[in-house]
Design a protein around this ligand. Sequence first.
Ligand SMILES: Cc1cc2nc3c(=O)[nH]c(=O)nc-3n(C[C@H](O)[C@H](O)[C@H](O)COP(=O)(O)OP(=O)(O)OC[C@H]3O[C@@H](n4cnc5c(N)ncnc54)[C@H](O)[C@@H]3O)c2cc1C
Length: 396
Amino acid sequence: MTGPAYDLAVVGAGPAGAAAALRACQLAPDARVLLLDRAEFPRDKPCGDGISAHSVAELGELGALDVLDGYEPVDNLHVRSPLGVEVAAPLPQACAVVPRRVFDARLVELAVARGVELRRHRVRTLERRADRVVIDGGIEARAVVGADGANSVVRRQLGIAANAPEHVAIAVRGYVTDMPGLPPDELLIVLEEPGSLAYAWAFPLPGGGANVGYGRSAVDARADEAGGTDQLAARMRRLLPPAGDVADLRAHRLPLASAPVRQPDGRVLLAGDALSYVNPITGEGIHHALRSGRLAAEAAAAVAVDGGGDAGVAYRRALHAAFGRHLRQTSVLSRLCRQPGFIDAVFDLAGRRRDVWQAVCDSGLGAGIVPSRLIARQFAAYLTWRVRHVGARVVG
Ligand SMILES: Cc1cc2nc3c(=O)[nH]c(=O)nc-3n(C[C@H](O)[C@H](O)[C@H](O)COP(=O)(O)OP(=O)(O)OC[C@H]3O[C@@H](n4cnc5c(N)ncnc54)[C@H](O)[C@@H]3O)c2cc1C
């Protein structure tokens, strides 16, 4: 029997899939890599377009920093807590804002330039055999990376259920051509009512425009029957500085990493949103997509080279080493952030302490870890805040 036509087939050409394809080529330039996507590129993807510093570092790993060309670094972050505590300070490292229509297409173009075969194809079925995976009855590969996003078909084919609603967020995004209150080198994040972890954002784009949006938990949206695009956009407008008309409003779901998804053994590896790798505090998912995609390609290649072992097992170990502690911590912190006063207290502390500000940025906009001593400090600040503010209100 002849071997499969491809060493690796990647389903989905977003950041996770493109990263997997790029890494596969880096590891073995003559590898036969197929990148499948149901969409024609360039294509839009509802997103804040925020490319965090940790994502930029991942692009460096992939030799793909050129995809940021023409987009100036954004150095500052301005946050406002639910009860109005504001911090505006430099980010520990600069990030970028690049429309996904541009960002994703550039990554795909780079993968093709490095030898990846791109094919427009909507994947529907997978069959796992001893030595290969068969896609839609006819496309055969030694290993498959399922990077097909929040409604992943590959994940369903593996028998893994979608996240329960408490581990899903819903967010809307649009574009404005002018936002006078937004400096060109500053991300703005405005949190909504206490206890909700809902927030609006405005991220600057070249020429004075901005990507604007609003996201919240799917459970909260369902509870007050306000999960539609128009309702989400109305909340966004209430929180952000005035701007002109908002174009291209589109909503999408985010499967949060607070729902642990176990990567199965075998030749099919899930990455990015398909694996629910989205930061449960902020909804940041591009870094996790790039990094998990890269690790998936490394696990698939290691098994192909050694001829033995199991890609799923190797990948699970790599995910655990890269993300385990971060995911456990952000899952706990996301629950704490829903305690009224917690975010206010942390921002209040972050405004006074650089180490806390840095930890907040690193853990919310990437895969950073908040050191235990700072968690203890944040919790103490929260208790003090509650006594001062909530206690005062109860007594008053
Ligand atoms: C409104 C909103 C704002 C956000 N803002 C940010 C932000 O500012 N910064 C950030 O880091 N993250 C943000 N996120 C999260 C981020 O968008 C995702 O985590 C990220 O896109 C995940 O990348 P991915 O490659 O896993 O999936 P995707 O980017 O969704 O790519 C999946 C690809 O798979 C393809 N596909 C799907 N099904 C099939 C199929 N059956 N066959 C073939 N192809 C298929 C799709 O066409 C798509 O190209 C935001 C999310 C939302 C919804």
